[in-house]
Design a protein around this ligand. Sequence first.
Ligand SMILES: Nc1nc2c(c(=O)[nH]1)N[C@H]1C(S)=C(S)[C@@H](COP(=O)(O)O)O[C@H]1N2
Ligand SMILES: [Mo]
Length: 212
Amino acid sequence: MKGLLIFGMIILVLGCIQASTIPLGTVEVREYKGEKLSSIDDLKDNAINGPQYINISNYTLKITGLVVTPKAYTYEQALDHQKYSKVVTLNCVEGWSATLLWEGVLVRDLMDEAGVKPEANTVIFHAYDGYTTSLPLSYIRDNNIILAYAMNNITIPPQKGYPFMLVAESKWGYKWIKWVTEIELSGDPSYKGYWESGGYSQNGDVNGSKFE
Ligand SMILES: Nc1nc2c(c(=O)[nH]1)N[C@H]1C(S)=C(S)[C@@H](COP(=O)(O)O)O[C@H]1N2
Ligand SMILES: [Mo]
């Protein structure tokens, strides 16, 4: 009986440790399951207003717009969701690319907690530097799109998007919004973000054309 109690306590403690820690390294990985990865330094860091330094103690990730219950997650609360990792290549329209190991939470999981209204068909992402972009709600749902907090097994550095960068797989780099502060559910599929307003493709498909 006592043995069972101790065993139960060990399981409980292990469970708590698992839920509260994110096992990230201090050195980036450059290979994953036999696949060669790029370096995070292959990203060019040429955002519209330069690097952004978010103070995590007053940061919130907001879920707004066409939702039943708007949310404002702290960094810790946003991280407290099922975690996913995948190797995905970012392709910038300038001609460079980077294949990295991404780790994050599902955008779908965050949205579903807020309760997406049936009229919503578009997700507009807002960032700390004033940058925005949008993607179809169905794309986010159907492709298990993640909001990453780590790249190559290290926490995303400030100049590369800390605390969160969108891993918009199969879309041009300008859809991979960094320093995300707000996820807005919308009914306007024609909403144009920063580069889309400048004439870049609205759907942003890497296999499609770069311009509208
Ligand atoms: N907030 C924000 N996110 C952004 C950008 C930006 O200017 N601001 N640039 C985008 C572009 S064009 C690319 S290619 C990717 C990677 O950009 P990098 O060159 O800054 O590494 O981030 C995207 N996310
Ligand atoms: Mo880009």
